[in-house]
Design a protein around this ligand. Sequence first.
Ligand code: COI
Length: 413
Amino acid sequence: MEKCGVFAGFHLPNPTYQLLGPSRTAIMLLPPPFFTEKRPLFPLPLQLQKQSHFGLCNCSNGSGNTLRVASPTSNVATELADIDWDNLGFGFIATDYMYIMKCSQGENFSKGELQRFGNIELSPSSAILNYGQGLFEGLKAYRKHDGNILLFRPEENGLRLQMGAERMCMPSPTVEQFVETVKVTVLANERWIPPPGKGSLYIRPLLMGSGAVLGLAPAPEYTFLIYVLPVGNYFKEGLAPINLIVETEMHRATPGGTGGVKAIGNYAAVLKAQSAAKAKGFSDVLYLDSVHKRYLEEVSSCNVFLVKGNVISTPAIKGTILPGITRKSIIDVALSQGFQVEERSVTVDELLDADEVFCTGTAVVVSPVGSITYQGKRVSYGVDGVSQQLYSALTSLQMGLTEDKMDWIVELK
Ligand code: COI
């Protein structure tokens, strides 16, 4: 697949084209193979301007001053959105554009468009609202000091969405469509990508049964939607260690269920245990398997790892655990650093004996666990060793600070 960005039927080579400010007009976008056309296929409702080279970086703080950063799509510095870049958390912020593509049951996604970000219309009888026929994804874009914009393994999210769609009886965009539409949405919202070191642009693709049903059945129509927003740290603790409680009654997933895909309902199912844990002062919940109530599964929004000496262990992917892309990447990074990595059943008793525990996920990145409470007993862990080392290795790669020997980074030049 080509690495250059594609926008509204144009190639975005370097020199590239820039969207000049938000427009209320919908921007028509053509799917691959039309994305690779070098000429516009119809008059564009967008103001596009050819620009030549990078601008200068001048990012200070988010205190109301105009911030400018280098842009690969501009010969002048890109003006950033006027928000407090120094205090980004993980919360909703409305940005400029979202991407929407629809298709009927039995058909393939073929044509979508960028629209101004806003509320969407859904039938009260839609399959997503009534029966939860829906999936989501999560990935991030980073702004590099030279103005380039980096995506981390977006094709992995496209593949995972396809696997989930198969489980949920939905059509799915191809991996190529997924990656291209992510690129288009990120570039359209470029002013919302945090300056280097201040956070990332979180990309949230949704796939849902948007058509109306009443009897339980797959929807007659599907919507693929991508929105984006700038984020900082996921946990309110920031980069400080989190404190988990092991849940012994409620379960996140059951064998044969949808725990292994990113079904929207998986996340509603953990809210009760998570709220109770937070009310008691814990950061989040660690779930056990629903059959033996003995083996570790995952935390509400992320995978879990234990460290003992040179061995790093994590629950194997066996249907109830989400195949995290950060999980998979951390395994490879750890192996490349000489750790032994075991994907297997990990008992809750092993927690008591671990040197370190940490969580991985797109949102949480690599979060050290400071303590785990199980059946009233609290165990504390070291936090400055392995998880810190892996966090640095992964984030340096994601932000373009180290050489991408794994070929994981997609540059939006
Ligand atoms: C992510 O890490 O991207 C997720 O999808 C988890 C979500 C609960 C924030």
